[in-house]
Design a protein around this ligand. Structure first.
Ligand code: DQA
Length: 146
């Protein structure tokens, strides 16, 4: 049997993690977070593929490519979280579980961050736990896939 693939997607500005507002997002890079996810995924007998993009359409395309190929998606959509309905719709057309992750807790920040257009198409959201959120998201996906 082939190992199920979990797609870990990152939205705009996450390529700057480690450098960008470390007081808010911490000092780890996105590669560090993906590594955490990959190590945890191995423990659950899952594989990780990852993609970060600053472009909404590229994320939509990646979600389309995941259809029928990936078992689950973990997504930190960055600021797209708050308004990118095309990502909402693409995820709605994906048949496996979706887990939304945020390093910070958007609900405790500016009002415009309190809305997530991704949450309605996610099985759940893990927010405010920093990089641990990626490990928790893999655990959640593993549970959902059981
Ligand atoms: C973020 C929260 C978003 O509001 C913000 O635009 C980001 C990062 C987080 O991981 O905390 O880029 O998704």
């Amino acid at each position: 049997m082939t190992t199920p693939i979990v797609l870990v997607l990152g939205g705009p500005n996450l390529n700057l993690l480690g450098d960008r507002e470390p007081d808010v997002y911490g000092s780890a890079t996105l590669a560090d977070h993906v590594d955490v996810a990959r190590v945890r995924a191995r423990e659950h007998n899952l594989d990780v593929e990852d993609l970060q993009s600053n472009h909404e359409g590229e994320l939509v395309d990646a979600i389309h490519r995941a259809r029928g190929r990936c078992a689950a998606i973990i997504i930190n959509p960055g600021a797209f979280t708050h308004y990118a309905w095309s990502i909402h719709d693409a995820l709605a057309a994906f048949d496996g579980p979706v887990v939304e992750v945020h390093l910070s807790n958007p609900n405790a920040r500016e009002p415009w961050r309190h809305t997530s257009v991704i949450a309605p198409v996610a099985a759940g959201s893990i927010v405010g736990f920093g990089g641990a959120g990626y490990r928790l998201a893999v655990d959640a996906v593993a549970d959902l896939l059981e």
